[in-house]
Design a protein around this ligand. Structure first.
Ligand code: ATR
Length: 281
């Protein structure tokens, strides 16, 4: 393989669950690149020490996962515009000893929908975002960037939704969690960013009766790959997009930056990643 070894990785705690090493190593092999991607279990109180060793370790960048996506902001030298607006970093690139933080979750969200739907048909009506956590922040920001006309955030804790909405202009509004069922009446897109429906958690209780049949439903949960929400939507004839693609696409900008190649998200890759978790359905 040409060139010297380029080392990157992911930090988080716990880190065993991370699918990123499998994903990056698949692409490194596919494109015959001389790189390595390792998972580093780093506790919150160890971040500073770990970062001071980065250059010694020879890393040119790293991904950041739970629970450090916000904390890491305190340690980067430069924040991208989207990372600043989202208030979280998932990718750090190191250049001349300086740390550049970016957030690619919104990119992953949009690219997943673009690859699996006629995306632009779905941002003209109400775009309903369920949840107001970190993922919702990235998704609302991305929807604003693609000029979605009417974004409505619905969260169990309404105050969190209001804080999120306040970062944006009047295309972003908040609706009450108790009114989530009837809020679907003019929806063109519904995105679940809560943990509801994820294995081990309660189901999302959402009655789809008034949802237009053309509306697209996207769940960012991907364990199981078809959540109850996606199944309910599919059964009544709505188009659906599952969550694994967001995970795959959000990794592309980091791979491009570090290895100079924008990697493809293919069905083969998708199946390979899903294979790593038996009994996902
Ligand atoms: P992430 O950063 O991955 O988005 P998070 O910040 O922990 O995760 O956010 C989890 C989301 O799931 C929140 O919107 C949370 O709602 P609250 O803000 O009210 O906590 C939502 N959520 C979690 N459990 C829930 C439940 N039982 N019912 C409704 N919403 C729930």
């Amino acid at each position: 393989m040409p060139g010297s070894l380029l080392r990157v990785g992911v930090i988080g705690y716990p880190i065993d669950h991370s699918l990123s090493p499998k994903l990056f190593n698949y692409w490194l092999k596919k494109y015959s690149l001389n790189g390595s991607y390792e998972a580093y279990a780093v506790k919150t109180n160890e971040i500073k020490t770990f970062l001071s060793k980065m250059t010694d370790l020879g890393l040119i960048g790293f991904n950041v996962t739970v629970p450090h996506k916000q904390e890491i902001i305190n340690y980067v030298d430069h924040l991208s515009e989207s990372a600043r607006r989202i208030g979280a970093v998932n990718t750090v690139s190191i250049k001349n000893g300086l740390f550049f933080g970016d957030n690619t979750d919104g990119f992953g969200f949009i690219e997943n929908l673009k690859q699996n739907s006629n995306f632009h048909n779905f941002i003209n009506g109400d775009c309903i975002v369920l949840g107001a956590g970190g993922a919702a922040r990235a998704i609302v920001n991305a929807l604003v960037e693609v000029k979605a006309k009417n974004i409505k955030i619905i969260n169990r804790t309404q105050e969190k939704a209001e804080i999120l909405a306040n970062n944006f202009g009047d295309t972003v509004n908040v609706l009450n969690w108790k009114k989530r069922h009837e809020s679907l009446k003019n929806a063109s897109l519904v995105v679940n960013t809560t943990i509801l429906g994820m294995r081990g958690n309660d189901q999302l209780d959402l009655n789809l009766n008034v949802l237009p049949k053309k509306a697209l439903i996207n769940d960012i949960v991907y364990v199981p790959i078809e959540t109850k929400l996606l199944k309910d939507a599919r059964v009544r004839g709505n188009p659906t997009v599952d969550g694994i693609g967001m995970l795959l696409h959000q990794a592309r900008p980091a791979f491009l930056k570090w290895f100079g190649k924008d990697p493809l998200v293919t069905d083969k890759l998708r199946n390979y990643m899903l294979d790593s978790k038996k009994n996902w359905n």
